[in-house]
Design a protein around this ligand. Structure first.
Ligand SMILES: Cc1ncc(COP(=O)(O)O)c(C=O)c1O
Length: 374
């Protein structure tokens, strides 16, 4: 399947989404959390991988968790009959009718949402599942512990099926505050005596806090083979695979003399005579403009003596192009394939060299990049 099948593509850039890697990663999560059901978190168009690819590769998930009701509608229209969780619940009272029609489960995190639900007359014949969100210390969304019981009882009396939910602020850090332990303690106290299934763990908690999983885990980033910490080694150690591969080609080569400068600002000065490869990929494709000199780009082995080679970025990334040092790839030529991120170049490494996290790069893949779902 290809979302770009009917487009006239001249520019060589292409993102390939590997659905086998999705299947593999979901299987790994089942091994790590065998007692839990899995909400596959596919907000932001499956972290930039497209909902179509997620539906294809993650069809054995227990449910999809997302943000926009339009995405829930898309999943229903494309045959998904399983559960869907709206991770921030309703943004307006009007959404409730459609959410009910689409059989969405709802996160409820505010007093206003409780009031909307209390006044709703459900004619659908099926009860609505609620994931009531406790603010156990992250201080973003959710009821404070002293408000939580009241919200629980109000929704329970109104006939909703309740689940307990919270979100960890620091499951990926050793000494972040609040710690997972502190949040767990708060959670356990708040729900004491209120019988209902639980949902706690994001990717980092699934990897490192096996006592904090709950009945429903909510993995996002690990499904895509990207690390919650930014350290690619974490994801390799846990045997996850990259799902998105961003490739392009060398579209031109410059022969520089020692002392020549490259690109906007002329930030890089050639230390000797050297060849520079110009790649069809820039920040308008979602590649980070702040990538430092030295950020790795893989150049296809077929054109290079001694196998494939990593060539570092030199000079500023511009809107449509970036430039790499070809001194290690003497046979690289116009048309040589390069990988910006994927199996050869972890997106985590590109993110680290750009002062950001892998989450941001995959989510920000630009609309103009053609996508193939394999
Ligand atoms: C409420 C909630 N649960 C789960 C996740 C998934 O987190 P991660 O991608 O770190 O696994 C997110 C993502 O931000 C979230 O907001």
């Amino acid at each position: 399947m290809s979302s770009s099948a009917n487009r006239l593509i001249n520019r060589p850039i292409l993102a390939t989404i590997h659905t086998d890697a999705f299947r593999h990663n979901l299987g790994r999560i089942r091994e790590l959390a065998p007692e839990s059901k899995i909400w596959s978190v596919v907000k932001a168009k499956a972290y930039g991988h497209t909902l179509a690819a997620a539906l294809n590769g993650l069809e054995s998930t227990d449910g999809f968790a997302l943000l926009d009701i339009a995405d829930a509608q898309w999943l229903r229209e494309h045959g998904w009959g399983g559960r869907i969780l709206l991770l921030e619940g309703l943004f307006s009272q009007q959404e409730l009718e459609l959410a009910c029609k689409l059989r969405c489960d709802l996160v409820v995190h505010s007093e206003q949402q409780v009031t909307w639900l209390e006044s709703f007359v459900n004619h659908s014949g099926h009860p609505i599942n609620i994931f009531l969100k406790l603010n156990s210390g992250m201080n973003r969304l959710g009821f404070r512990p002293e408000q939580y019981r009241t919200a629980f009882h109000r929704l329970h009396s109104a006939g909703y099926h309740l689940h307990h939910m919270t979100h960890f602020a620091n499951a990926d850090q050793v000494d972040g505050l609040p710690s997972v332990g502190e949040q767990m303690e708060c959670f356990d106290q708040a729900i004491e005596g209120l019988e209902a299934p639980t949902s706690l763990a994001n990717s980092a908690a699934i990897l490192w806090h096996r006592n904090a999983l709950g009945d429903w885990v909510r993995p996002g980033i690990m499904l895509y083979g990207v690390s919650p910490t930014g350290m690619h080694a974490d994801i390799v150690r846990s045997e996850f695979q990259a799902v998105m591969q961003l490739r392009s080609e060398i579209i031109d080569i410059q022969e520089l003399k020692k002392g020549d400068h490259i690109g906007y600002g002329g930030c890089y000065e050639a230390p000797e005579d050297m060849r520079i490869g110009v790649i069809a990929c820039g920040y308008a494709d979602g590649y980070p403009r702040h990538a430092e000199d030295g950020t790795p780009v893989w150049v296809d082995a077929a054109d290079v003596d001694g196998g494939s080679v990593i060539c570092p970025i030199v000079g500023r990334v511009s809107m449509d192009m970036l430039t790499i040092d070809l001194r290690e790839a003497p046979k690289a030529k116009i048309g040589s394939v390069v990988e910006l991120w994927g199996n050869e170049v972890p997106v985590d490494d590109v993110a680290q060299m750009s002062g950001t996290i892998g989450y941001e790069l995959i989510c920000a893949l630009a609309q103009r990049v053609p996508v193939i779902i394999k």
